[in-house]
Design a protein around this ligand. Structure first.
Ligand SMILES: Cc1cc2nc3c(=O)[nH]c(=O)nc-3n(C[C@H](O)[C@H](O)[C@H](O)COP(=O)(O)OP(=O)(O)OC[C@H]3O[C@@H](n4cnc5c(N)ncnc54)[C@H](O)[C@@H]3O)c2cc1C
Length: 438
């Protein structure tokens, strides 16, 4: 029986691992993706032109050793967009990844199916799928990406079974049945809320779009800034969350803050690794929301479109905490707590745009449940992802690193912190492929 490498999840991470394996000469690689098409994932699966990359094209090459690869691809296939400084539509990026995957030819078989369990099988694993397949694997790569958010804690959790509530903003039914003058509440004010508001604006939605910002933070926009060398040196930087915050504040004085934040990119993983667990927890509790808005910024055109919609009165941002919901035939009253006191917002739909759930123990994901139950995987100390060795091998409940199971991408958040965007993931995909072929 032939056993190949099976990659579960065909977003950027899984697709690029497959591409590197094929380029290194691997044969019999299977890429398993439960959605309609691979090479997209949530990020690049959009069909809306208004959804732009939030990283300039010049930094989005999928291949770490060919930095101009994406811009060159644009020059050939979409010359109107071939500008390294431009924020191009995300759906073009999906086409780019598709081209890379197509070039693998027979080396990579793409199967549309969902892995639901792994069964140890001799030296390898048998991958069981929802569609009834049993795929023998010598190695398995989990490239599962981001998961839907958890439901925010409220006084009326029964509301979460309402048909007016959408837990996962990327679900196909998010806008289903929505009337043009329905009012909508987006819970959360990060990149997902911005994406959802944009679609409604572009569709000419007439109803009010309410955005709930718990801390009043909203994504910042990119602006040109001359690059800086890292402003912190991991060898000498403070090893507490507060110490890092103070050092960063000092570094920002008199400088463009975006350049200071971006300068940390090559050293963020090391700064994170140097923090003791207690300090990492403190960072997550106190500083994470601030870090996220400064670090993950939107294209200027996107920020301007949202500002314009706010000025036109189409979008309203509420700085408030969510309390609960009361539903009747006409819609839902969202009860919110503002600095001025409690108030109600009446809407017809509520879309959860809070960040992805990262605690694998809280997920409703059959494969993850199976892995944890069997002890083939365990969560990391911060419950931000999965426990692995330094090169992505899963550590099981016995504390041993597997030589069959590997992961990359958001699952490594606890270990690396910065493991979200293409500039980090492209390196992980290449390095993992090299390890699998060694
Ligand atoms: C809206 C949005 C915009 C973004 N924009 C940018 C950007 O402009 N630039 C940038 O660098 N980064 C961006 N990112 C970050 C983005 O997450 C990464 O760039 C990258 O796409 C993550 O890829 P991934 O493969 O790790 O995860 P995902 O894209 O989440 O892919 C995981 C895939 O695994 C599949 N899967 C999960 N479980 C199973 C299973 N059991 N069986 C089969 N398949 C399964 C899922 O269906 C999914 O397709 C954005 C993210 C989002 C959400």
């Amino acid at each position: 029986m032939h056993r190949g490498i099976v990659i579960i999840g065909g977003g950027f991470s899984g697709t690029m691992t497959a591409v590197h394996l094929a380029r290194l000469g691997a044969r019999g690689v299977t890429l398993l993706e439960r959605r309609d098409a691979p090479a997209r994932g949530v990020a690049y699966g959009t069909t809306h032109d208004c959804h732009l990359l939030n990283v300039p094209a010049g930094k989005m090459s999928a291949l770490p050793d060919q930095p101009d690869h994406f811009v060159n691809w644009l020059a050939k296939h979409e010359p109107g967009h071939a500008d390294a400084a431009a924020f191009v539509p995300r759906l073009l990026y999906a086409r780019y990844l598709e081209t890379l995957l197509d070039a693998c030819g027979d080396a990579v078989a793409v199967i549309r199916d969902e892995a639901i369990a792994l069964h140890p099988d001799g030296d390898g694993m048998m991958v069981e799928t929802r569609g009834g397949r049993a795929l023998p694997a010598s190695k398995v790569v989990l490239a599962l990406g981001n998961f839907p958010p958890g439901n925010p804690a409220i006084s009326t959790p029964g509301f979460y079974s309402s048909r007016r509530y959408v837990q996962w903003a990327w679900a196909p039914h998010t806008y289903e049945g929505l009337q043009p003058d329905d009012d909508v509440l987006l819970v959360g004010s990060g990149l997902t809320a911005i994406d959802k508001a944009l679609v409604l604006i572009e569709r000419g939605h007439k109803g009010q779009i309410h955005i709930l910002a718990r801390r009043g933070l909203k994504p910042q926009q990119h602006a040109p800034a001359a690059p800086l060398a890292p402003v912190l040196d991991p060898a000498t930087a403070p090893r507490t969350a507060l110490g890092l915050l103070r050092a960063l504040r000092r570094a920002i004085k008199g400088r463009e803050w975006r350049a200071v934040i971006d300068s940390l990119r090559p050293v963020t993983q090391q700064l994170w690794a140097n923090l003791p667990v207690r300090e990492k927890q403190r960072f997550i509790r106190r500083l994470r929301p601030f870090w996220d808005v400064l670090r993950h910024r939107v294209a200027p055109q996107v920020a301007q479109r949202i500002e314009q919609a706010i000025e036109q009165g189409l979008v309203t941002v509420h700085v408030a905490k969510l309390h609960g919901f009361h539903e009747d035939d006409s819609g839902v009253d969202a009860l919110i707590e503002t600095p001025q006191g409690r108030r109600k917002i009446h809407v017809q739909r509520v879309i959860n745009c809070t960040g992805p759930e990262s605690n694998y123990r809280n997920l409703h994901h059959p494969l993850v449940a199976n892995l944890l139950e069997r002890g083939l995987a365990r969560t990391d100390a911060l419950a931000l992802g999965l426990d692995t060795d330094d090169r992505g091998a899963l550590i099981g409940s016995d504390g041993k690193a597997s030589n069959v199971l590997f992961t990359l991408g958001p699952a490594l958040k606890g270990k690396l912190w910065e493991t979200t965007a293409v500039p980090e993931l492209r390196v992980q995909a290449r390095d993992l492929a090299l390890r699998l072929m060694a």
